[in-house]
Design a protein around this ligand. Structure first.
Ligand code: ADP
Ligand code: NI
Length: 211
């Protein structure tokens, strides 16, 4: 599909400078996981919307860009240029504006379309397992967080500001990652999420042993 090829190139160009764990490889794996969810759960969906949203999901986020509104305007312009319809553009925007953990927890996110729920689960799987541990380490390094501080208590978040406050990489696992399997929308997402969570728990057991 020509349009999807253009979307993939756009994501590749725009995420080239990204170094906090939201790089193009993350977008690509998210798209692969979304495909897997569709297959395993046998879901009938608009594949272009799922794939485009997976590749573009971090593009207008304040974690990746200093100017989210400008990034959104540029993205809409690009989607128009490759001949996406108004309906397609609206569907993609609604997904990428509402799928994040922080949007769902604190910002009264709109309920997602089935396409959006799939991308959301795929993105959440990316925060768990071996990949999830490495991404948390990358994020922590990029934001000057410690790996571990036994005197720092695990937080319970009540607002986006709480969530964005520096934590430690190890605390982040309890503060966010372990909550994810419960929050999954799809069967495969939940099953694979629990498998990846168990891997993170094993990792932590070894980590504490070594400490
Ligand atoms: P969302 O986009 O769903 O709001 P984030 O952007 O906060 O989620 O998370 C994206 C990635 O960065 C995930 O792998 C997540 O675990 C990691 N991350 C986010 N916040 C932290 C943190 N405080 N410490 C370590 N890793 C983090
Ligand atoms: Ni993401």
């Amino acid at each position: 599909m020509e349009k999807l090829k253009d979307v993939i190139s756009y994501a590749q160009e725009n995420l080239a400078q990204e170094s906090t764990g939201h790089d193009f490889e993350h977008a690509k794996r998210t798209a692969g996981l979304a495909e897997k969810i569709i297959k395993k759960d046998q879901l009938a969906v608009n594949n272009f919307i799922v794939m485009a949203s997976a590749y573009l999901h971090d593009m207008i986020d304040d974690k990746v860009t200093d100017e989210p509104e400008k990034a959104q305007r540029t993205l809409v312009h690009f989607l128009q240029e490759i001949n996406c319809s108004f309906v397609e553009i609206e569907a993609i925007l609604e997904i990428i504006q509402n799928l994040s953990f922080s949007a769902e927890m604190f910002a009264k996110a709109k309920s997602l379309s089935l396409e959006g729920k799939i991308v959301q689960d795929a993105d959440r799987l990316e925060a768990l397992g071996a990949v999830g541990i490495l991404r948390a380490a990358y994020f922590s390094g990029a934001h000057g967080q410690a790996i571990y501080d036994e005197n720092k208590a695990v937080q319970h978040f009540h607002s986006k500001e709480d969530y964005r406050r520096p934590s430690t990489m190890i605390n982040h696992m309890y503060e966010k990652l372990f909550l994810l399997p419960e929050m999954m929308n799809t069967y495969y997402g939940k099953k694979e999420g629990n498998r990846r969570k168990a891997f993170v728990e094993d990792f932590l057991e070894e980590f504490y042993k070594e400490c």
